[in-house]
Design a protein around this ligand. Structure first.
Ligand code: ADP
Ligand code: MG
Length: 709
């Protein structure tokens, strides 16, 4: 080496290429690139996923055979046996209470290095050896000796274990990190001030990275992790709050005041008295929409809690003020359902309601589009066709999105800009309804920009649905029982995972065609059965649903098109074939289709789950009917990122933070971000510069923050 290491390290920065780090071989640099590490900064960010304890954990007498551990003691004897390459060096280690034999194969040079009287720390796996224990080829550190260098482990308390790759072991990565750690962390700029950190007991960024890579104590790893997790959560919250502040600054929505007169008119339209929970949410919404600040509220309530009534209430409020309202559903079937029930509720009123879906004949669609544009319709119900560019509203004041988990953040953003043609800069109030309750943690993280209302009460007279789990060989019994109940006037849903039989070789699942034939020729031969699935034409679907609702069909064999929103109070049985094939949220939704009237509902899960997750899901369904409990359970089974499509919606997953475990940190980050943005809405003060840059890098794009500030 022509230049000394320290000389070359003088010019080291966070952007120095890993190829330029002194002592790093090109092959190793190439492997680091495979791990996504190209420069010193990225190397710092390549965090160990765990740490190995290196200090003596126990006295020699407490060592267990077969358990990797470390111990310390004094060398009391040494011996060399054999010759040349076969030579074996042995040493005896004592710590007052016990004796440990060390054996080093093919390392005869050690006789020059290890002497009687030296203190040694060793790490390895002890095995039984005569009456005592032996460690073969242990890693060791000389504790009291000058001149001798360590023969394997360093004098650290912990050794980091890095995500490694073939040809680049964790130990190599650690050696490389060690050469740059000190000079690199010195250059880290902290986006949090000393005072800010002191108030929250957070270490500096430099300290955090030092403690992550080279901790002296287990608590240091914890403190470092806490800081880095906080940073991740803070960055997301800053982004979300900045976006929200921007919207509030630049956009206004029509103020929809709820006068006593309007209130009375709306009440008169409702076929029932609202539950206390519904009333509370109606009040929360009314308070929001009375202001010109655009509402962005999430209403969550378990299946059957009566969200539609709350939505309708808000929409009627907008219409009472001479504006338009829109209700957006995730599927055509659900949009059709809403259309039918809402037109029924509003019959005899002057409210003009229209349906808009993607599969409408284009002539019909054009007519509806024209009415939306001219203001000749007050309430539009539809699918995401509602946010297509062709739809221009006359004066859209309020949008309700039903069953949020199907809609991503971007779609919501799109709605934001759809005001009305005569209302430049105006945006509608947005209310999002979800029947898949979002665990609080996820809600705060992903929907940090939403206020949340909860309908935590079911309408009176409901009894919880009874859930039974059976194996496929009990099918006959199940359908005989279904037959009996139908004879007594009940109706059933039968849900299958597929429409057509699968091709040969595929795992067999129950399909609609085969099952329908079987049941029509068997247990349900004198029962009126119809099939319902997404491939049918809209007219046909509507016709079938209409007949089912009217009691002219007894059993509906369907795919998950009926998953959300379908509301037929007389249906009391939900039979789900191959139930383990469905997700937990789906199963809960399906179960929510029964027990909606005065008669109690029963849900039968037929399945023979092969996977642990499948078993866990079915067990969870039998154990609880609470959507909230199930949502938390789902989070445990599937992991945070995957739940409710948040992954698809483009939210970057966290590397360090875990919204479930770090709830307190999350709440702190959320408060801090809110306070920070209140002081500095676009983060353009000089002291915000680093935070702003880091936040935009992490979240600017998906939040569409490019134009803010
Ligand atoms: P969700 O969309 O929350 O699953 P819905 O709005 O479809 O629930 O309501 C479920 C059923 O409860 C519907 O049949 C509805 O008419 C009825 N319902 C809603 N609110 C009330 C209430 N306050 N009193 C009685 N029935 C209600
Ligand atoms: Mg609903």
């Amino acid at each position: 080496m022509s230049r000394s290491n320290s000389e070359k390290l003088v010019g080291l920065t966070l952007t120095t290429s890993i190829y330029d780090i002194p002592g790093v071989w090109e092959v190793h640099a190439q492997k680091l690139e495979i791990l996504g590490v190209r420069n010193v900064g990225q190397l710092l960010a390549h965090l160990p996923h765990r740490h190995e304890w290196l200090r003596a954990q126990s006295g020699i007498a407490d060592l267990q055979p077969g358990v990797i551990s470390s111990a310390e003691g004094e060398i009391t004897a040494t011996k060399i046996s054999g010759f040349g390459r076969k030579a074996r060096f042995q040493a005896v280690l004592h710590d007052g209470d016990g004796r440990l034999d060390l054996v080093f194969f093919n390392q005869s040079f050690l006789q020059k290095k290890l002497h009687v009287g030296m203190r040694l720390r060793v790490q390895g796996k002890p095995t039984k050896f005569g009456p005592g224990l032996q460690m073969a080829n242990p890693l060791f550190t000389i504790l009291e000796d000058t001149g001798g260098d360590a023969g394997g482990i360093e004098d650290d308390a912990y050794r980091p274990v890095y995500p490694a790759t073939e040809g680049l072991a964790s130990e190599r990565i650690w050696e490389i990190v060690k050469t740059v750690l000190e000079p690199a962390i010195e250059q880290l700029e902290d986006h949090l001030s000393d005072e800010f950190r002191a108030e929250r007991a957070l270490p500096s960024l430099s300290e955090a990275y030092r403690m992550m890579h080279a901790p002296q104590h287990e608590d240091e790893v914890k403190a470092a992790r806490r800081r880095l997790a906080y940073d991740e959560l803070l960055m997301l919250q800053l982004g979300v709050h900045m976006k929200r502040a921007h919207l509030r600054r630049t956009l206004t929505a029509p103020a929809l005041e709820r006068t006593p007169e309007i209130d009375e008119r709306i009440r008169a339209r409702m076929p029932f008295a609202l539950t206390a929970a519904q009333q509370r949410v109606v009040d929360e919404i009314s308070r929001d929409v009375a202001l010109t600040m655009p509402t962005n509220r999430l209403v969550q309530g378990d299946v059957g809690s009566g969200k539609t009534a709350v939505a309708l209430d808000a929409m009627l409020l907008a219409i009472a003020h001479g504006h338009q309202a829109a209700l957006m559903a995730p599927t055509e079937l659900l949009a059709e359902q809403h259309f039918l029930s809402i037109t029924e509720m509003l019959s005899g009123s002057s409210v003009r309601v229209e349906l808009l879906t993607g599969s409408m004949p284009s002539a019909d669609r054009d007519t509806v589009l024209a009415k939306i544009h001219s203001g000749d319709v007050d309430l539009v119900i539809g699918t995401h066709a509602l946010i297509s560019d062709r739809v221009e509203f006359h004066s859209l004041a309020l949008v309700v999105i039903d069953e949020q988990h199907r809609f991503g953040v971007e779609q919501r953003a799109k709605l934001r800009v759809k005001g009305g043609k005569d209302h430049e800069g105006e945006t509608p109030h947005v209310i999002v309804m979800t029947a898949t309750p979002i665990p609080r943690t996820i809600g705060l993280t992903i929907f940090g920009d939403l206020d949340i209302s909860t309908i935590d009460e079911l309408p009176p007279g409901r009894t919880p649905v009874i859930t039974k789990r059976v194996t496929p060989d009990q099918r006959k019994t199940v359908y005989n029982w279904v037959n009996e109940k139908i004879k007594q006037g009940d109706q059933a849903f039968i849900v299958v995972p597929a429409i057509e039989p699968g091709s040969k070789g595929e795992t067999r699942v129950t399909d609609l065609r085969t099952l329908q034939k079987e049941l029509e020729g068997g247990e349900l031969h004198d029962v009126k059965i119809a099939a319902l699935h997404g491939r049918l034409k809209r007219d046909t679907r509507e016709h079938i649903m209409h007949r089912f609702r009217a009691g002219k069909i007894d059993a509906l064999i369907a795919t998950t098109v009926i998953e959300v929103g379908v509301d037929v109070p007389n249906a009391t049985m939900m039979i789900i074939e191959d139930a383990d094939r469905f997700g937990l949220a789906q199963l809960h939704q399906l179960r929510g289709r029964v027990g909606r009237g005065q008669k109690p509902g029963v849900c039968v899960l037929i399945g023979n789950p092969k996977t642990e997750d499948g078993i866990a899901r079915l067990n969870a369904m039998v154990e609880t009917t609470s959507g909230f409990v199930l949502a938390e359970r789902d989070l445990e089974i599937r992991g945070a990122g995957d739940v409710f499509g948040t992954r698809q919606s483009g939210t970057p997953p966290f590397r360090i933070a875990d919204p479930m475990r770090d709830l307190e940190l999350l709440q702190m980050a959320r408060r801090d971000a809110a306070g920070w943005i209140a002081l500095s809405p676009t983060l353009d003060r000089q002291e915000d510069a680093i935070a702003r840059r880091r936040m935009l890098k992490a979240h600017g794009q998906w939040l569409g923050l490019g134009d803010v500030g």
